[in-house]
Design a protein around this ligand. Structure first.
Ligand code: IMP
Length: 436
């Protein structure tokens, strides 16, 4: 099996968790490389639902090694809770199958507070998950971050935390008129987390590069989606990391020559949580139908917020294919469209008299552009039991083929329901690459 990155092609929530779970069968290592517990990956196995926020979905399969790479930001309490929760559900999580990078940065309560204040009290709300992700990455870039390894050395933690609190408390007091944080309780709390997590914390870059030497297979699990990427997404309405395929190298310490394939996951329509432009957004009753359809509705898995819904935007998918170097696509939630009479697909935009056929960079165009739609007939039936492409209603087959035509990219897998089995293997390339 080649080393593979799985990325989201939209604004996250494309259903990557299930696809990673399927592809993990052939992988030896499954690696998260960016983001934090802002993600929520859902996997349903034998009617049991698992929602993973930080730990790679591969943990649900026996014998797989799961890595939380240096590019991830970790709320240690959230990680400990997730480990315990999985153990309660009968999943083994041990230092033999979970490895946490020494270099991953730690989210502190002051990150969450400063995010809450900015989101609530200042202009330019992003609609974040309020998990402290952005401020933690800000500290990382500002060279005042605290890393997982620092939790293992009291004198280092003490020095860095005191230094940070001096600045944090000054800002809280002088700018926001808020009470600051006391050093001692925070220091003790995070040292304690370090002790609990000590067996898992290690040099994951060496681990992965050794695995490469031994010809093991690595699956990189992207979180969020391309349009939330700090550089390639709808900036500033993005997350503060790089969910794109390139982020896998930086966020894991594996060089680009060791990554062989990229698979992009796209939902059959579009959703977004939080603020920001959304050219194909639908409002009203139709949006409610999409939001509440199927066994798992469109509500954030981390925050419970209702997701904004809209038509599939292929100008966006084309951009994702470019910036990630996507080889093949996976189409998810095709079953949900089964309840619609007519289905629209955006193929380009019209803006100030011009045709724009790839997702643009400018806020002005996102706001003003009119999507150019192709309208197709719906299939109006339940396809969740279908397991072969040829058995799909002809309208559904046409929908899939049209997406392939416009994006000039093959769709290899089609998901028709939340559980592992509800999948159609459409194209042989994943088999040829020994991925399934
Ligand atoms: P943050 O990542 O919490 O800073 O949030 C920044 C933006 O990314 C907000 O619009 C969030 O709703 C969005 N976001 C972050 N994580 C996810 C995710 O896993 N799925 C969908 N949207 C996300």
């Amino acid at each position: 099996m080649p080393n593979l990155v799985v990325v989201g092609t939209q604004w996250g929530d494309e259903g990557k968790g299930k696809i990673i779970d399927i592809l993990a069968e052939k992988a030896d290592y499954i690696v998260r490389y960016q983001g934090g517990n802002n993600a929520g990956h859902t996997v349903v196995i034998n009617n049991k639902e698992f929602v993973l926020h930080l730990i790679p979905s591969g943990i649900l399969r026996k014998g797989k090694k799961c890595v939380i790479g240096n590019g991830v930001v970790i709320d240690p309490k959230a990680l400990i809770d997730e480990i315990n929760d999985l153990r309660d559900k009968g999943i083994a999580v041990t230092p033999e199958n979970l490895f946490v990078s020494k270099g991953a940065h730690v989210i502190f309560p002051y990150h969450k507070l400063s995010e809450r204040i900015r989101e609530e009290e200042s202009i330019g709300r992003i609609g974040t998950t309020q998990r402290g992700i952005g401020p933690c990455y800000v500290n990382k870039a500002g060279r005042m971050g605290i890393r997982m390894v620092d939790l293992l050395y009291p004198e280092v933690l003490s020095f860095k935390l005191q230094r940070n609190l001096e600045e944090v408390n000054l800002i809280l007091d002088k700018i926001y008129g808020k009470k600051g944080f006391e050093f001692e309780p925070l220091f003790k709390e995070f040292l304690h987390y370090g002790e609990i997590l000590r067996p898992f914390i290690m040099d994951t870059t060496s681990l992965l590069n050794q695995a490469i030497k031994e010809k093991k297979n690595i699956l990189f699990e992207g979180a969020q989606g391309t349009m939330l990427d700090m550089d390639h997404g709808t900036y500033p309405y993005v997350t503060s990391s790089h969910p794109t395929a390139g982020g896998a190298c930086v966020g894991s310490g594996v060089g680009p020559t060791h990554i062989h394939r990229v698979v992009g996951v796209m939902k059959a329509y579009t959703t977004r949580v939080g603020e920001g432009p959304f050219p194909t957004e639908i409002k009203g009753e139709l949006a409610d139908i999409l939001r509440n359809a199927g066994p798992i509705g469109e509500y954030g898995r981390s925050t419970g917020r209702p997701r904004r819904c809209g038509w599939l935007d292929l100008a966006m998918i084309k951009k994702s294919i470019l910036v990630n170097g996507i080889d093949n696509l996976v189409l998810t939630r095709l079953d949900i469209l089964g309840m619609l009479e007519r289905i629209k697909v955006c193929i380009s935009y019209r803006w100030r008299g011009k045709e724009v056929d790839i997702f643009p960079e400018e806020y002005q165009i996102w706001k003003e552009a009119e999507p150019v739609y192709e309208e197709m007939k719906g299939w109006r039936c339940d396809i969740s039991k279908v397991r072969k492409f040829e058995d799909l209603p002809k309208e559904a087959q046409e929908y899939v083929r049209r997406v392939e035509e416009i994006t000039e990219t093959k769709i290899s897998l089609i998901s028709v329901g939340p559980s592992r089995e509800e999948i159609i293997f459409k194209d042989d390339s994943l088999k040829e690459w020994n991925l399934i």
